[in-house]
Design a binder for this molecule. Structure first.
Ligand SMILES: NC(=O)C1=CN([C@@H]2O[C@H](COP(=O)(O)OP(=O)(O)OC[C@H]3O[C@@H](n4cnc5c(N)ncnc54)[C@H](O)[C@@H]3O)[C@@H](O)[C@H]2O)C=CC1
Ligand SMILES: O=C(O)CCC(=O)C(=O)O
Length: 525
């Protein structure tokens, strides 16, 4: 039974889902990094919110870990490259808390416009300072969105209801999509110059870090009000403090901080600043949504192989996972076969999906084929990191799909191009669900994959099979199965021998010395 750790506070709905689905679950929140490092190797999955940091060193010791599920959107607390390199899938729940977070941004904008927190504190203190508080209207004002994805778009929709004019800077927002949303797409400098309110809704990335820098703040309209419900690092906090002091910025409402939990911050105590402790996603509805969703997603992956909302793998539904599993195994084995026969650098990999194979999840199959291929010489490669490793090595990967043309209902062919040669191998999955090798180079055959195999190329002349059988018998290598293939009588032929156990190097050397043998190699699957 797979075992999952819930490391941050999640709605109890998550625990119930895990238990109902047959996943063992431990709830241990508030762990220190050292405590997490000590126990993390027990778990197949971890469910987190934003507090727990899944760093490189956590991944390094989490030997069983297969999936990290973020009950929320931002995954800046997960080292995704390290997870990818270790074959750990990272998932989030991209929509469960978007409305809630957008509403928090609107609430903060209202609070800023009317100084609600300060007025509330003053009134509770019995001061009745009616003349102290003078707000501004939102009506007719320009709201500048930095980031117009899920949350930004909901904020825009609500702001338009308040009769604000919405402009957005988002390089990935198409003009058509902006028009559909009633948003004016602008460049950052234009937004800074025109917005009365600026609200941030981008992830924290190297490009967005410090997007509201001292220089950017200097370009804003004097008296601008800023709302940040995305990530603390998007604003240079020292620069914001200076801009508040100079009056360039009239006020800021911040839900997120460069360092969290924020116990001390240069902006604390400033009466122009409204703060909340990263409450953007904190509503009953959103927490129920994300907890249910993350528990479903983690359970699905661990129990059925279904992948949803992963940031480092293509999605695969549970039904599809069932169907695609034997083909993934075939793709990986074909890749492994080609990889073990390839001893030079690889320039390109061309994958052909035919018939029923062409209707399956191509990205997953290609990732499996690449993993098998590259793993032959780089054991750390897995299905998750294979495309990245291939790209880093300059291997050109291409895929072709076509309708059934031959006798097989479906098949996969992998062609590996090296500076010296191009080698193609192909396979299919029979009704029994077992992958079969059906073509090596241009030679047709029908062989199952086995953990230990010997691959021999030889001249197709009488005497070879007997000599090979005798040699293996004499050296106590038991033959489990023997498959032969040749392009035409007397041409080059192939022998694929399934053997029980590893093939000693001395036996391989002896095979290579047999008459008619051109090459011999031990293969492992
Ligand atoms: N305060 C809180 O509790 C919460 C905070 N968040 C934060 O909000 C962020 C946004 O969430 P969603 O809207 O769901 O994400 P999303 O992925 O739907 O939208 C992000 C948008 O940012 C844009 N973007 C990326 N790089 C950009 C750049 N350099 N300049 C301008 N725009 C850029 C993207 O094109 C995309 O449209 C999350 O990444 C997360 O950090 C999310 C939920 C709760
Ligand atoms: O889990 C939370 O409370 C924070 C949510 C958040 O920041 C996110 O989903 O990106």
């Amino acid at each position: 039974m797979p075992k999952v750790l819930i490391a941050d506070k999640l709605s109890t709905a998550a625990v119930n889902i895990f238990k109902m689905r047959g996943v063992e679950v431990d709830v241990k929140t508030g762990l220190t990094k050292e405590e997490l490092l000590k126990i993390v190797d027990q778990y197949d999955g971890i469910a987190i919110r934003s507090a727990t940091k899944i760093t490189k060193d956590v991944i390094a010791v989490a030997k069983k870990l297969k999936v990290v599920g973020r009950a929320g959107i931002g995954v800046d607390n997960v080292d995704i490259p390290a997870a990818t390199a270790a074959g750990v899938i990272v998932m989030n729940t991209p929509f469960g808390n978007s409305i809630t977070t957008a509403e928090h941004a609107i609430a903060l904008m209202m609070a800023l416009a009317r100084e609600l927190p300060a007025a509330n504190a003053s009134t509770h203190a019995g001061k009745w300072e009616k003349n102290r508080f003078m707000g501004v209207e939102l009506y007719g004002k320009t709201l500048g969105l930095i980031g117009a994805g899920n949350i930004g778009s909901i904020v825009a929709d609500r702001a338009k209801g308040l009769k604000m004019h919405v402009v957005a800077f988002d390089p990935y927002l198409s003009a058509e999509s902006a028009e559909e949303k009633g948003i004016e797409k602008v460049e950052l400098d234009d937004l800074l110059a025109r917005a009365d309110f600026i609200t941030l809704h981008t992830p924290l990335t190297p490009e967005t870090k410090g997007i509201l820098s001292a220089e950017a703040l200097a370009k804003t309209k004097k008296g601008v009000r800023i709302i940040n419900c995305a990530r603390g690092g998007l604003i240079d906090e020292a620069a914001l403090k200076a801009a508040l002091d100079s009056g360039q910025v009239a006020g800021a409402a911040l839900d997120v901080f460069a360092e969290e939990p924020a116990k001390a911050n240069p902006l604390f105590g400033n009466e122009k600043v409204v703060c909340t402790p990263h409450l953007g996603a904190s509503t009953e509805e959103a927490q129920e949504n994300v907890a249910l969703q993350v528990a479903e997603q983690i359970s699905d992956y661990l129990l059925t192989g279904a992948i949803v909302n992963a940031l480092n793998m293509p999605s695969i539904s549970a039904q599809e996972a069932q169907l695609v599993k034997p083909w993934i195994s075939l793709a990986e084995k074909l890749g492994a076969f080609a990889g073990q026969l390839t001893e030079t650098s690889i320039q390109a990999v061309e994958i052909l999906y035919e018939g029923s194979a062409a209707k399956l999840n191509q990205r997953a199959l290609t990732q499996a084929a690449l993993a098998g291929l590259l793993k032959a010489h780089m054991p750390e490669v897995n299905m998750v990191n294979a495309p990245l490793v291939a790209k880093e090595r300059g291997i050109k990967v291409s895929e072709t799909r076509r309708d059934q043309q031959g006798i097989y209902e479906g098949y996969i062919q992998i062609k590996v191009v090296t500076p010296e040669m191009t080698r193609a191998v192909a396979g299919t999955v029979f009704a029994d669900g077992h992958p079969r090798l059906i073509q090596v180079k241009d030679i047709k055959l029908d062989a199952e994959f086995a953990p230990n195999m010997i691959y021999v190329t030889n001249e197709d002349k009488p005497g070879f099979i007997g000599r090979l059988g005798t040699l293996l018998g004499d050296t106590k290598v038991n033959i489990a199965n023997f498959t032969l293939g040749r392009s035409a009588p007397g041409d080059d032929s192939i022998a694929l021998v399934q053997v029980d156990g590893e093939v000693p190097q001395a036996v391989l050397d002896a095979i290579r010395k047999l008459p008619l043998v051109k090459s011999a190699k031990a293969l492992k699957f």
